[in-house]
Design a protein around this ligand. Structure first.
Ligand SMILES: CC(C)(COP(=O)(O)OP(=O)(O)OC[C@H]1O[C@@H](n2cnc3c(N)ncnc32)[C@H](O)[C@@H]1OP(=O)(O)O)[C@@H](O)C(=O)NCCC(=O)NCCS
Length: 158
């Protein structure tokens, strides 16, 4: 409870701005984050920035929330990108590994879900990434399919 109060006092969640691109790129390219991603190659900044600006600032139906320390340092993001194959938003979350395992993922996921509150949401999570599968299940995602690599989960809106 004290920990949660500390988070609420010192961190906040907001929608992204164009100049967040660099910090999101740094987190996305961290080896531990790439390991759990479906596209695990290193991306150079120019390529990332072009993708980022087009994805979130060209009027497309994609959304991204940032977890930020009140001093202004971004420690994670949670994306909700519209996916026409799923006809739903594909969610993707990542934190700076220095902040893993301290409850921040739980906070960013649950709070951004409350703020987003729009349409169906699906997640693709590697089977080997059990902490993430559990994190999503605890936040009302249910596994509805699987293949050799991934579990596929759907958010059960109340
Ligand atoms: C997934 C991620 C956002 C989770 O954030 P986090 O802050 O590390 O997780 P939390 O500390 O909030 O913990 C969430 C739950 O997972 C458990 N957990 C966290 N790290 C764990 C670990 N290494 N091993 C086992 N369980 C772990 C916690 O105990 C907690 O469960 P609880 O509610 O029973 O206590 C973060 O690890 C990350 O950025 N990973 C890389 C990217 C990624 O894998 N994204 C998911 C695919 S979209």
């Amino acid at each position: 409870m004290q920990f949660m109060n500390d988070i609420i006092e010192n961190f906040f969640i907001r929608t992204i701005k164009q100049d967040d691109s660099q910090r999101i790129w740094e987190i996305r390219n961290h080896p531990m984050v790439r390991e759990n991603s479906n596209s695990s190659e290193i991306i150079d900044f120019e390529k990332h920035d072009a993708w980022f600006q087009k994805k979130y600032f060209s009027g497309s139906d994609n959304h991204c929330y940032i977890l930020e320390k009140k001093a202004g340092y971004i420690i994670g993001y949670c994306r909700y990108d519209y996916n026409s194959q799923y006809k739903a938003y594909l969610i993707s979350i990542a934190l700076d590994p220095e902040y893993h395992g301290k409850g921040f993922g739980k906070y960013l996921l649950s709070e951004s879900l409350k703020q987003f509150n729009k349409g169906d949401i699906v997640a693709e999570i590697k089977k080997e990434n059990m902490p993430s599968v559990k994190l999503f299940q605890k936040n009302d995602f249910n596994i509805y399919d699987e293949d050799d690599i991934n579990y596929y989960l759907k958010f059960k809106q109340n």
